[in-house]
Design a protein around this ligand. Structure first.
Ligand code: PRX
Length: 665
């Protein structure tokens, strides 16, 4: 099923509709600017010689076993090679070299479990654990180039497992713990993973929630490549066991030697695959490689977050199942030798002030989170953060979706004590690292705008014809020059890579986002212009959810739209035609929502399911999602003249008017 592209000039979040009237400005304070890591000279330097700039970053921020010969090889565009001829190991860069430099006693990770248990790892301890895990994986037969799937909660073993893979040159594929067994099965098979690393479970909202059964079910559905399952004991829940295949993580680690030399790999050696939703039903395995990815993670983490590794305590609230957790909870901070907090659970357990208690306890100085979380804590009220001493915070970051100016202002005032810079960072799974963001201490920020491309990055906003729009206008966000952390392709599907990102406009990367350039030329990212939804900062595909719905025996046809939602940015709304004779029944909506949770995962459950008799289609059979979005957002239905049957929308609105509104959680 296809749909019309939505117009990029229509902001898809209600709070963004007035964005061009936004005239509040937040210049850096003189005190902050005087101490800032980033300086405005970075822009000039990168503009003078972009490749030279990146080569300098790569050599300054990373340790190479063998220096590279060529900064960028773009001869086979859009397949890039960065730092060709160079060799390095990502885990060595995140661990050993800090110990060798005398920083082994610095804390790398302060872990806070949801029930309140804590563990801290110094760089020396983390290095030791990763060495043992690398030896354990080798013992299980994992060799350079083999893929390892990781399906874990947000516990230190997730970072240890990722780094152990990097250490032996085995690309990891982390699958978010909220995905279902079916989703895990397709990801394991697409990557042909040899080993799966999981846990008995993790803690969520005060109760242990199981993970291992999903791995068992995923493998039972057929996953011939999987030879072993390593199981971390986290909750102590009973687990089913397959002898010969399953092994406890702690047994494997205890048996393993703590001597291990990291193997240098080529700069372009695959570091990981991470699946993300696209416009078609099947998630794409986004491929990232080693040298360019790590360079840009380290560079952005240092400059965008103003990192002072000796004194800062940094906390990124993202789960390792998403790209933010890869780049800013593992590779960026560890490459820079930072001390960070890792928290397992939800922000409201045991109370709605848990995050602020954590900030106060560890004296967090840099906090990086998503607008959906900010809007949620805003709703819970100012008195909760006010109960805690948040004076250690000196910088706040936002990522994942457009941040509405009111949330931005609230974040700075209530959490940042009216003194911290706020950096709104735009990037994607595909870009690997931050691309557009203010530089704290340099940029005068505007609430709601990601501002300008970072030094070394070139972005623009194009119109339908592929021409840059003038200031004050909207269009499509594009990246006009290759960048070090760019995806190197879609796992196993080079054609889809070219088609998805490089065919909309000639020779430039099409991000799939609508954007505006304001009168100063600053960029405002407005949201997706394709069939991808952004729900609580999570990327979901309309077509993937439609496929899940039509796989249910009672469903004949389904159309899904992302409707504006004050809390989650967008919410999934599904319009469903039942098969002839299927019994609608009072529980049909619940049944279908649970079916989507089983097929994809609870995060994809539609907020609303509307049973209809018809769907609006053009004469060529395309579903007009624009009209369904009008219904889902309670707007007057727009222009219906291109519909094959112009009475359909009236049928739908009349039917819905006669249905009880509920069908929500
Ligand atoms: O629509 C943009 C939105 O999130 C999409 C990328 O999602 P994902 O690959 O899951 O990565 C999320 C974390 C990097 C983008 O295409 N997005 C991300 N950051 C912002 C944003 N939209 C507006 N402002 C942002 N700062």
């Amino acid at each position: 099923m296809t749909s019309e592209p939505s117009r990029p000039s229509q902001p898809n979040h209600p709070a963004l509709s007035n964005l061009l009237q936004e005239d509040r400005r937040f210049p850096p304070s003189p005190e902050f600017a005087a101490q800032a890591v980033a300086t405005k000279e970075l822009y000039d330097e990168a503009a003078r010689d972009r490749e030279g700039f990146w080569a300098k970053q790569a050599r300054e921020l990373l340790t190479w076993s063998k220096d590279f010969e060529q900064t960028l090889d773009w001869s086979d565009a859009p397949f890039a090679k960065w730092f060709a001829g160079g060799q390095l190991n990502a885990a060595y860069n995140c661990l050993d070299r800090h110990v060798e430099a005398g920083n082994g006693d610095r804390v790398a990770i302060h872990f806070e479990g949801e029930p309140g248990d804590t563990r801290s790892y110094t760089y020396a301890e983390l290095t030791r654990e990763v060495k043992r895990a690398a030896n354990a994986l080798t013992e299980l037969g994992v060799e350079r180039g083999d893929r390892v799937a990781i399906y874990l909660p947000m516990i230190p073993e997730a970072a240890i497992a990722m780094l152990a893979c990097a250490r032996i040159g085995a690309p990891h594929s982390v699958v978010f713990g909220g995905f279902s067994a079916d989703a895990l099965n397709s990801r394991i098979n697409d990557a042909q993973a040899k080993v799966v690393i999981t846990s008995d479970g993790g803690y969520r909202r005060g109760t242990p929630s199981a993970l291992k059964p999903a791995v068992d079910a995923a493998i039972a559905k057929g996953a011939d490549t999987v030879k072993h399952v390593l199981v971390v004991r986290r909750t102590g829940q009973d687990v089913d066991w397959t002898d010969g295949r399953d092994m406890w993580w702690h047994d494997a680690i205890e048996a393993a030697s703590e001597e291990h030399t990291a193997a240098p790999v080529d700069s372009e050696h695959p570091l990981f695959i991470l699946y993300t939703s696209g416009t078609t039903g099947k998630p794409k395995g986004i491929l990232h490689t080693t040298g360019g990815y790590l360079t840009q993670c380290a560079y952005t983490h240092k400059n965008v977050f103003d990192l002072k590794p000796e004194t800062d305590v940094y906390w990124c609230t993202a789960d390792v199942g998403w790209v933010t957790g890869h780049s800013y909870a593992v590779y960026g901070p560890l490459a820079n030798g930072a001390t960070q907090v890792m928290y397992e659970g939800t922000p409201d357990t045991p109370g709605r002030d848990r995050w602020w208690a954590i900030v106060a306890k560890y004296k967090v100085s840099i906090l990086y989170t998503a607008p959906t979380a900010i809007r949620t804590v805003m709703k819970w009220g100012e008195q909760l953060p006010a109960k805690h001493d948040l004076s250690s915070l000196r910088l706040l970051g936002s990522v994942g979706e457009p941040i509405n100016p009111e949330a931005w202002i609230w974040y700075r005032r209530v959490i940042g004590g009216d003194r911290t810079p706020v950096v709104d960072t735009w990037w994607q799974t595909e870009t690997g690292a931050i691309m557009i963001s203010p530089l704290p201490g340099v940029t005068e920020a505007k609430p709601g705008s990601a501002m300008v491309p970072l030094p070394g990055i070139v972005a623009d906003v194009y119109d339908d014809e592929g021409k840059p729009v003038p200031t004050g206008s909207g269009g499509y966000l594009v990246l006009t020059e290759p960048w070090p952390a760019m995806l190197r392709g879609i796992w196993g599907d080079p054609e889809r890579y070219k088609e998805t990102y490089w065919s909309r406009f000639e020779d430039v990367y099409f991000a799939g986002d609508g954007a505006k350039k304001d009168d100063d030329g600053d960029i405002w990212v407005l949201g997706r212009v394709d069939d991808v939804m952004n729900v609580s900062g999570h990327r979901l595909s309309t077509t993937e959810i439609e496929s899940a719905l039509v796989s249910h025996e009672k469903v004949a046809e389904a159309a899904v739209v992302g409707a504006a939602d004050e809390m989650t940015g967008q919410a999934v709304c599904a319009f469903v035609i039942l098969r002839g004779g299927a019994d609608e029944g009072p529980d049909i909506a619940t049944e279908l929502r649970n079916h989507v949770a089983k097929e994809i995962g609870p995060i994809a459950k539609p907020r609303q399911i509307m049973i209809v008799a018809e769907l609006p289609k053009t004469r060529s059979g395309k579903i007009m999602r624009r009209l369904l979005k009008d219904v889902a957002e309670n707007r007057e239905v727009g222009d219906v003249t291109t519909l094959a049957d112009t009475t359909v929308m009236r049928l739908i609105t009349d039917k819905l008017a006669s249905q009880p509104k509920a069908q929500e959680d």
